[in-house]
Ligand binder design. Structure first.
Ligand SMILES: C[S@@+](CC[C@H](N)C(=O)[O-])C[C@H]1O[C@@H](n2cnc3c(N)ncnc32)[C@H](O)[C@@H]1O
Ligand SMILES: Nc1nc2[nH]cc(C(=O)O)c2c(=O)[nH]1
Ligand code: SF4
Ligand SMILES: [Mg+2]
Length: 210
């Protein structure tokens, strides 16, 4: 059983279940190729069958960690911090982002948008999932839309999602990793026929870095 005081701090966003943190190169989307410090917060109940971090799902397996400690450490590594998960918006992101802001850091989020948007963000990567659609408000605020393509139907889903984002939002199709050999040719054709889209690859997996 988790102690009451800790639970209160987690609910306030002053502690978060931390799965892992690492300094690496953003592999995906608009900031691909740029060094950044990643904070991976545990907890997600969206349930994507192809999720590449299923170990993150159960928040109870990740130790509640003091946010100030996470932030002080992160600041040593990079001026750009990516908060991912799990689903970071499971938790209140207000405290961690205000602490990061105090230190003048750029803050990015990787999110499905399935829960209300909390926190202040310099960059929002919205990767919507059919199983739990994003909240209406995040479509207006997303800087990039990154739809994972597992099969043909996902291209239709991608268009439905693109119809909901703001006009400045950059549109990406990213192959689901295990299906990449089959899906990459499909994405390449699609992007050439519908050039408002761009290709995003999980380049860190080709580079063999975290
Ligand atoms: C693990 S998720 C964590 C953040 C958040 N839960 C989300 O889904 O956006 C980080 C990114 O990896 C993508 N992703 C997860 N599994 C993938 C896979 N097998 N192939 C390609 N992209 C994947 C997600 O869509 C998301 O853009
Ligand atoms: N290098 C690297 N880039 C990433 N971009 C998004 C990631 C994520 O899991 O959220 C990720 C990741 O896990 N590693
Ligand atoms: S929403 Fe993100 S973390 Fe959750 S299952 Fe889907 S890809 Fe994995
Ligand atoms: Mg990843």
């Amino acid at each position: 059983m988790i102690e009451e005081g800790i639970l209160a701090k987690v609910n306030a966003g002053e502690m978060l279940p931390l799965m892992e943190e690492f300094y690496t190169i953003q592999g995906e989307g608009f900031h691909k190729g740029t060094a950044a410090y990643f904070i991976r917060v545990g907890g997600c109940d969206v349930g994507c069958h192809w999720c590449d971090v299923k170990e993150s799902w159960n928040a109870a397996t990740h130790p509640p960690t003091d946010v100030k400690q996470i932030v002080d450490n992160a600041a040593k590594y990079s001026d750009t911090i990516v908060i991912t998960g799990g689903e970071p918006l499971t938790w209140d992101m207000s405290f961690i982002t205000s602490e990061l802001k105090k230190r003048g850091l750029k803050i990015h989020i990787e999110t499905s948008g399935a829960y209300p948007l909390t926190g202040q963000w310099d960059w929002i990567c919205l990767s919507p999932k059919k199983l739990k659609l994003p909240t209406e408000e995040i479509y207006k605020k997303a800087h990039e839309l990154k739809v994972i393509v597992f099969n043909q139907h996902d291209l239709k889903f991608a268009e439905e999602q693109a119809a909901k984002v703001n006009e400045n939002c950059i549109l990406y199709l990213q192959p689901e990793w295990s299906k990449r050999d089959k899906v990459i040719p499909m994405i390449v054709d699609y992007v050439m026929q519908h050039p408002k889209w761009k290709v995003s690859l999980q380049t860190h997996k080709y580079l063999n870095i975290p």
